[in-house]
Design a protein around this ligand. Structure first.
Ligand code: ASP
Length: 465
């Protein structure tokens, strides 16, 4: 017999079906045994009647065992109907149980919302933790968001393109994770802090509209609710100005929220805009929380923050970029950049998007003229040889008719946490790491064998603890 998914049981009243899933709860009432089952589509209550051939198996099974159940879908008597509950109008009369795999007693309870369980066991036994309904919903909701975005952008003529993971350092203001090359000992790849350069090179390559649900890696010191790897919705568009990118993203966010999260209210449309200066003066933050009612769990207050200074002074008295060295200055400040004048006054085309006090994205119109990009690196103090060495490919690409272009990246983890009303991003990431960057389940990072080190030509100099 074919398997019936639990969500389809209500339409099978009177039929005998096969259900596969897990024992969720078992209540032994002496003569009767109630067993609730779940599969990926939901929950159903089952009952084993006194003379049932399933009695022996039913007294043996325990929560979290994987089972196949043969049962008859019986309508519940009127007084037992639970209208608001999935399968509340039926009950599965269990005729047979086949145990597919037993479970030892789980170290954590997987039925509650898990908020009272410490994070260490939750992350160590993540495969069990993910069984809880809250986590199932979060991860499936994330999939729905990904699919919505994919379809929406595809409809808008975007192409999803994968960019390399083994690459070269790209400046995003963080430390790189590096990967040693075995074939060229002493040389290293960097894992991408973002696909920034590749996506711009895809504009040079004529794709015009690119997106990717991109994994990014940044080796930052422990900073609260951060993960060493995270997901961005990364996009780039050719022949656009700031208004085009802002308008498209605003439309996408509004349609995404109204379609997938109808319970949410967007406070203000179009999204308000603040200059960096205004935001700092009024809210002392470049990601202000504009919600009128901070206790309303369904209120979403998006806002754009624009007109950031391009450069910031370093402690050593030089200049560093505030957001992205590949950004163009505001058009009226291009002369200042080209003449390297009043560097602190140059504003960038950078736009950030904040939601309820969190930065959920940022991007800019790029510097597509090679001589202007070279000026940025000069201001940052790179000598001409280093500029050629590190960014020669960008300067070259821009000299072959690369169109004006700009883009943005959204932090998908943060956006999902807010949409799901979760207090931290680890609740919306299937296999999250701890705040210290450890994967407790896989036990990473970990030592590697001395053979591997020899092969890579690497010696560990750190004294053994
Ligand atoms: N590369 C930027 C970031 O990762 C996003 C962008 O400018 O498109 O934050």
């Amino acid at each position: 017999m074919q398997r019936t998914f639990i969500q389809d049981l209500e339409s099978k009243k009177g039929e005998t079906v096969i259900v596969r899933g897990w024992v969720d709860i078992r209540r032994d009432q002496g003569k009767l045994i109630f067993l609730d089952f779940r599969d990926m589509t939901g929950y159903v209550q089952g009952v084993v009647l006194p003379k049932s051939g399933a009695m022996e198996a039913a007294s043996r099974v325990r929560p979290e065992w994987a089972v196949e159940v043969e049962g008859k879908v019986n309508p519940r008597p009127e007084k037992n109907i639970q209208k608001d509950k999935q399968n509340g109008s039926i009950e599965l009369e269990i005729l047979g149980i086949r145990v597919l795999n037993e479970s030892v007693t789980p170290p954590i309870d997987v039925r509650g919302d898990g908020r009272d369980i410490g994070e260490e066991p939750r992350l160590t036994y993540r495969y069990l933790d993910l069984r809880r309904p809250r986590m199932q919903k979060n991860i499936r909701s994330r999939h729905a968001v990904n699919m919505f975005v994919r379809n929406w952008l595809t409809h808008e003529k975007f192409t999803e393109i994968e960019t390399p993971m083994l690459t070269k350092s790209t400046p995003e203001g963080s430390r790189d994770y590096i990967v040693p090359s075995r074939l060229e000992q002493g040389k290293f790849y960097a894992l991408p802090q973002s696909p920034q350069q590749y996506k711009q090179l895809l504009m040079a390559a004529g794709f015009e509209r690119y997106f990717q649900l991109a994994r990014c890696m940044r080796d930052e010191d422990t900073r609260g609710d951060r993960q060493p790897e995270f997901t961005q919705l990364d996009m780039e568009m050719s022949f656009v100005e700031r208004e085009d990118v802002i308008a498209l993203n605003e439309r996408l966010l509004i349609e995404l929220v109204t379609t997938l999260f109808p319970e949410k209210k967007i406070q203000e449309i179009p999204f308000p805009r603040l200059s960096y200066q205004e935001a700092m003066e009024k809210y002392q933050s470049d990601k202000p929380d504009l919600r009128k009612d901070k206790n309303d769990p369904h209120l979403l207050a998006f806002c754009w923050v624009i007109d950031f200074p391009f450069f910031e002074k370093t402690e050593e008295g030089g200049w560093t970029f505030s957001h992205n060295p590949f950004s163009a200055p505001k058009p009226e400040h291009m002369d200042l950049l080209m003449n390297k004048e009043r560097i602190g006054d140059i504003l960038t085309t950078q736009y950030d998007i904040a939601l309820n006090g969190f930065e959920i994205g940022g991007g800019s119109i790029r510097n597509h003229r090679p001589e202007a990009l070279a000026k940025v690196f000069e201001i940052l103090g790179h000598d001409p040889e280093k500029i050629r060495q590190n960014f020669g490919h960008m300067l070259d690409a821009f000299s072959y008719g690369t169109p004006p272009h700009g883009g943005i990246a959204w932090g998908i983890d943060r956006l999902m946490a807010i949409l799901r009303n979760e207090p931290n991003i680890r609740e919306v990431i299937a296999f999250a790491k701890t705040g210290e960057g450890r994967d407790l389940m896989m036990r990473a990072p970990s030592e590697v064998s001395s053979e591997q080190l020899v092969e890579l030509g690497i010696a560990i100099t750190k004294p053994k603890k």
